[in-house]
Design a protein around this ligand. Structure first.
Ligand code: SAH
Ligand code: SF4
Ligand code: F3S
Length: 450
C-alpha cells in the first residue's frame, strides 16, 4: 500500500529507545545520523514518531525480557497509527532475527548489529513495499561498518566514541561474541578525526568504547596499541578529558597503566571487571586470568597512579559456585575496596558454554549471595565517598542535575558524581568544588570561586 501523502512531506519523527550498554547508545547515534539523511528528526515523545527504533540488549535474561515487554507494549500504538514503522536492532535482533518478526506481528523490520549502515535502505524498502524485512548477517555486509554517514553531532559535554566492535574472548557466560561478531578495531586516524570534530563542536570529554579496549589495534595492520591511541589523543587533540570502557584484566599492559600517570587528559578511573574471586570459577568462566594475576595488576596500577579509582563487575551464582567460592569473591572485595561495583546474578544465555553446565546454583542461594555482596559493597562505596568530604575536586560541569533542584551535576576525574550550585553558563567548564556531603551514589559540594 502506498504511503499516505500526509506522511511523505516534511520532516518525520524518529523515536529511538536504547537498551543495554553504551556501545548500543553509540549505534543508536549511528542510526539517527543515517536516518537524518532521509529527513528524520529525533523526537522525545513517542506519540510523535513515524518510525520507532528499538536498540535491544541480550546480555542477561532480564535485559531481553524488558525488550520483549516494550515491544509488546507498542502493539496498541501501531493500531492507532498504521503508518508507523517499528524497527528492532541491536543484540536481541541479531540473536533472534526473523523469529522476532514471527513473534511480534506489529514489528516491521529487524536489523542485525552488523547491518546498521543499511538501516536507511531497508526502511525505504519496507515503506515502498509495505512488507516486513529482517536482515541479520553474520558477517560484515556494509563496507567497514561504523560509518553512520561519518557520525558527529552528539549534543552534550560528553561524547561516546566506539573504537572497536565485537569480542573474541568467549567468556563462558557471555552472549556478546555471538551477537556482536569478532573483534575489529577502527582505524586510528578515523577515531582522531572524530574526536577533533567533537572537540570543535564543544564536547569536552570523550568516552572510548569497546568490549575489550585493551586489545585495540590487534589485526588492524597499523602497529598501534591502545596505549599508543590514548597518547595520540592526548597529544593531537585538545579534548579536556578521556575515559574508556571496558578493560579485560588479562590484556591490561604495563604500558597502558603508565598512561594514567603520563597522559594528562586521561581520567584517573579504571573499570576492570573481575567477575569472581575464586580461581576455580574464573577458570570455568574462561576468563584467562587468576585472582593473584588480577591483584598484582591492581597493586601495580596503584603504584603507578595512587589516586586511581577502580570499579568492577561481578557475577554471583555462576554454575558450580560454592559458598566457599562466594566467600573468596567477598574477600576480594574486601582486599581491593572498589570505588564502585556492578554486580549481577548469573543468567543462562543461549549458545554460551555455561548454559550447558549442569551444576546450576539454586536461585534462592544466588539471590541471597547477591544481596549480601551488594550490601557489603554499599558500605565500602559509601565509605569511599565519605572520605571525599573536605577535599577539593575538579569537576566537569555536565548540565542540570536529574533531581531538578536547580543544581548542576558533573564528575570528578575519578568518575564520582558531584552536585552543586552553579550558573547554567558553566556547562562544559571544569570547576573546583569543595566536597561537603557524601551519599551512596553521589557527592554534594560548593564551588570554589576562581
Ligand atoms: N566486555 C565487558 C562486559 C560486557 S557485559 C567485559 O568483558 O568486561 C557487562 C557485564 O555483564 C559483564 O562484565 C558481566 O559481569 C555481566 N554479564 C555478562 N553476561 C552475563 C550473564 N550471562 N549473567 C550475568 N551477568 C552477565
Ligand atoms: Fe563478554 Fe568476556 Fe567479551 Fe566481555 S570479554 S564481552 S564478558 S566475552
Ligand atoms: Fe547488551 Fe549487546 Fe551491549 S548484549 S550489553 S547491548 S553488546
Amino acid at each position: 500500500m502506498p504511503e499516505p501523502l500526509l506522511h511523505s512531506a516534511g520532516p518525520r519523527g524518529l523515536y529511538v529507545r536504547t537498551f543495554g550498554c553504551q556501545m548500543n547508545e553509540y549505534d543508536s547515534l549511528r542510526v539517527q545520523r543515517l536516518l537524518a539523511n532521509l529527513g528524520y528528526v529525533p523526537v522525545n515523545d513517542i506519540g510523535q514518531a513515524d518510525v520507532i527504533f528499538l536498540n535491544t540488549c541480550s546480555v542477561r535474561g532480564k535485559a531481553e525480557q524488558k525488550v520483549h515487554s516494550f515491544l509488546g507494549s507498542l502493539r496498541r500504538l501501531k493500531v492507532t497509527k498504521p503508518h508507523l514503522k517499528i524497527i528492532a536492532g541491536g543484540c536481541v535482533a541479531q540473536q533472534l532475527g526473523e523469529k522476532l518478526l514471527d513473534r511480534f506481528d506489529h514489528l516491521d523490520m529487524v536489523i542485525g548489529t552488523r547491518a546498521v549502515n543499511s538501516v536507511g535502505q531497508m526502511l525505504q524498502r519496507v515503506q515502498e513495499s509495505g512488507g516486513r524485512l529482517a536482515c541479520v548477517p553474520d558477517e560484515e555486509s556494509d563496507g567497514t561498518e561504523i560509518d553512520g554517514r561519518k557520525i558527529p553531532p552528539q549534543a552534550g559535554v560528553t561524547a561516546l566514541v566506539t573504537i572497536m566492535q565485537g569480542c573474541n574472548n568467549f567468556c563462558s557466560y557471555c552472549i556478546v561474541p555471538y551477537v556482536r561478531g569478532p573483534e575489529r578495531s577502527r582505524r586510528a586516524d578515523e577515531i582522531l578525526e572524530e574526536i577533533r570534530r567533537l572537540d570543535e563542536s564543544g564536547v569536552r570529554e570523550v568516552l572510548l568504547l569497546g568490549q575489550n579496549v585493551n586489545s585495540y589495534g590487534r589485526g588492524l595492520g597499523e602497529n598501534i596499541t591502545f596505549a599508543d591511541l590514548l597518547r595520540r589523543i592526548g597529544a593531537e587533540t585538545s579534548i579536556a578529558r578521556i575515559r574508556f570502557t571496558t578493560s579485560h584484566p588479562k590484556d591490561l599492559s604495563d604500558e597502558l597503566m603508565r598512561c594514567f600517570a603520563e597522559v594528562d587528559s586521561l581520567c584517573k578511573h579504571l573499570h576492570l571487571p573481575v567477575q569472581a574471586g575464586s580461581d576455580r570459577v574464573l577458570a570455568r568462566m574462561n576468563r584467562g586470568c587468576t585472582v593473584a594475576g588480577y591483584m598484582e595488576k591492581i597493586r601495580r596500577l596503584r603504584q603507578i597512579c595512587p589516586e586511581i579509582a577502580l570499579t568492577s563487575d561481578v557475577i554471583v551464582g555462576f554454575p558450580g559456585e560454592t559458598e566457599e567460592d562466594f566467600k573468596k569473591t567477598m574477600q576480594l572485595l574486601d582486599e581491593v575496596r572498589f570505588d564502585n561495583l556492578f554486580s549481577f546474578r548469573y543468567s543462562d544465555r543461549p549458545n554460551t558454554m555455561a548454559a550447558t553446565f549442569a551444576d546450576k546454583v539454586d536461585p534462592e542461594a544466588a539471590a541471597r549471595r547477591l544481596l549480601e555482596l551488594q550490601s557489603y559493597q554499599a558500605d565500602i562505596t559509601l565509605g569511599k565517598n565519605l572520605a571525599e568530604v573536605g577535599s577539593t575536586r575538579l569537576v566537569l560541569v555536565e548540565g542540570p542535575s536529574r533531581a531538578s533542584n536547580g543544581q548542576m551535576t558533573g564528575r570528578t576525574t575519578q568518575n564520582r558524581v558531584v552536585n552543586f550550585q552553579v550558573p547554567l553558563s558553566s556547562i562544559g567548564r571544569i570547576v573546583g568544588v569543595k566536597i561537603a556531603f557524601a551519599y551512596s551514589h553521589s557527592l554534594k559540594g560548593d564551588i570554589i570561586p576562581t
